[in-house]
Design a protein around this ligand. Structure first.
Ligand SMILES: Cc1ncc(COP(=O)(O)O)c(C=O)c1O
Length: 494
């Protein structure tokens, strides 16, 4: 049953939890803090009694049990209707959980999938769980800015033609830098090859809700779409949604089975309620809120562009390979003309103004705005940024980054699951060259996995990851964050 017209202004799950939470029912069920009265006083004063009263367990009559559709079912249906999906699942372990579920549903043992090389680490972890066979598609890469974009439809079509056994292609749109792929053409390429198109839209849960934004990937022909609703739309951290398209290639029942496997039997009602209310806000007021945020973003970008040595990277990239659109809620500033790195500018902003940005790289600073972005801090930022750059800039250009990993030869020798679960040993990174990695390591920034489980370690990869750590980047997934040692398969498995 689909959602009824006029239902979007309601939030049935939130309303049901509120009704139960505040009516004084006697609770002889989990959680043990009993609506807050039994909680540690420090937590009570930190979160407030209202939040604790709403922290209720699964299987409460009138919330997610009882006459169908329950408020919980209605909430997921309203989300599906808002996004134009056939089915939507609320996730309480982020888009990460969605990638795990999609791999279990679509990339079981012996199933072949094509993965964009700069996909989030959770796709690789999903393949560890599912045992699927992956081939990789490098994204378009801007070596100057150290920035990976999306995949070009032609590159996707060519990769699918080389691997006719592939049943699903996983792409990312938009990227961390807000660059959106040509999802429509990618969907056409995938479907022509008989493969499903899965779009990791973690950073684009607001797409399609304002004419100035890229369209929603579901409306462009994607078969399944992930949205990290918490990132921009404003649900609580760790909450996300997974959508399956109407009339798509992906079987919703297969996804439902897989979601159950990676779902807690005690999902947080606070996270679920936040998804329900975020969907309401987006569906009902999204366009108006985005209108205000887009105008504030345009003003901020103009002010930043006026700062000597700084350029905003965004609209001008559209049309480059792998970039079909961009998200004005991501302000990416190229600071190389200041003679400083993005890391230095970010540190100076923190020290002087207590400003925290989403990301700094050698070349850039990335600001993430929210759906209902408060305007005043953004206006203040323009001043604080200009003053900071004036104070710390020096002649010359900021250094270029180490060679990009996507330009390196990646030789997959052992399937991902086998390499991850196989007998491994940590050894000094220099000695690891020529051995097979058990680890997935992505440098943040730029966020492109340089090494995956099952790949042979090369000298170039080691040099690249060392250069990133020296520059202050974080190594996501590395068992030794200092990158002194690396876990490789024991010698008998090489
Ligand atoms: C492209 C992409 N997919 C998935 C995720 C995982 O999202 P979450 O943090 O909601 O689990 C991220 C997180 O940054 C991401 O950038």
């Amino acid at each position: 049953m689909s959602a009824r017209p006029g239902e979007q202004p309601t939030a049935p799950y939130l309303e049901a939890v509120v009704s139960y939470g505040f009516r004084g029912s006697t609770r002889f069920h989990v959680p043990g803090h009993k609506g807050g009265e039994g909680a540690d006083p420090g937590l009570r004063s930190a979160l407030g009694d209202r939040a604790l009263a709403l922290d209720v367990s699964q299987d409460i009559e009138g919330i997610d049990v009882g006459a169908a559709p329950t408020p919980y079912e209605r909430a997921e249906r309203l989300a599906a209707a808002a996004y134009g999906a056939d089915r939507t699942w609320f996730l309480t372990n982020g888009a990460t959980q969605g990638n795990h579920a999609l791999c279990l549903a679509l990339a079981g043992p012996h199933a072949h999938v094509l993965i964009q090389r700069n996909s989030h680490a959770s796709v690789i972890d999903g393949l560890v769980l599912s045992g699927g066979m992956a081939s990789f598609l490098p994204p378009e890469y801007d070596a100057e800015l150290g920035m990976a974009h999306g995949v070009a439809p032609e590159a996707l079509a060519a990769a699918l033609a080389r691997s006719p056994e592939v049943g699903a292609a996983f792409i990312v749109s938009p990227t961390y830098y807000g660059m959106a792929a040509d999802v429509r053409s990618c969907a056409q390429a995938a479907h022509a090859a008989g493969a499903a198109l899965i779009v990791d839209n973690a950073w684009g849960s607001h797409f399609g809700f304002h004419p100035a934004l890229p369209p929603s990937p579901l409306r462009e022909g994607a078969d399944a779409v992930l949205a990290s609703t918490h990132k921009i739309v404003g649900s609580l951290t760790q909450s996300a949604m997974l959508h399956v398209a109407r009339d798509g290639i992906v079987d919703p029942d297969a996804v439902a089975r897989a979601v159950r496997v990676v779902r807690s039997t005690s999902p947080s009602s606070l996270l679920l309620a936040s998804l329900d209310s975020a969907r309401r806000q987006l569906a009902v007021h999204g366009e108006a809120l985005l209108e205000r945020t887009l105008a504030a973003s345009a003003r901020a970008r103009a002010a930043i562009e006026a700062v000597p040595g700084c350029t905003v990277v965004g609209e001008k990239m559209v049309g480059r390979p792998g970039v079909a659109g961009w998200d004005p809620l991501r302000i990416v500033v190229d600071v190389r003309g200041t003679g400083c790195t993005g890391y230095e500018v970010a540190a100076a902003l923190r020290a002087a103004y207590d400003i925290y940005v989403e990301l700094a790289t050698h070349a850039t600073l990335v600001l993430v705005l929210g759906l209902g972005q408060p305007v005043e801090p953004l206006e203040r930022f323009a001043h604080d940024f200009a003053e900071t750059v004036r104070r710390i800039s020096r002649p010359g250009r900021g250094p270029v980054i180490a060679r990009p990993p996507v330009a390196l030869e990646h030789q997959t020798v052992v399937p991902i699951r086998e390499a991850f679960l196989g007998a491994g040993e940590p050894i000094p990174v220099r000695e690891a060259i020529g051995r097979i990695s058990c680890e997935s390591i992505a440098g943040y920034p730029p966020g492109v996995p340089a090494l995956l489980p099952g790949e042979r370690v090369t000298g170039e990869v080691v040099d690249y990851l060392r250069a990133l750590t020296a520059a202050g980047a974080r190594l996501h997934g590395a068992s030794d964050p200092s990158f002194t040692t690396l876990r490789v398969l024991v010698s008998s498995r090489q």
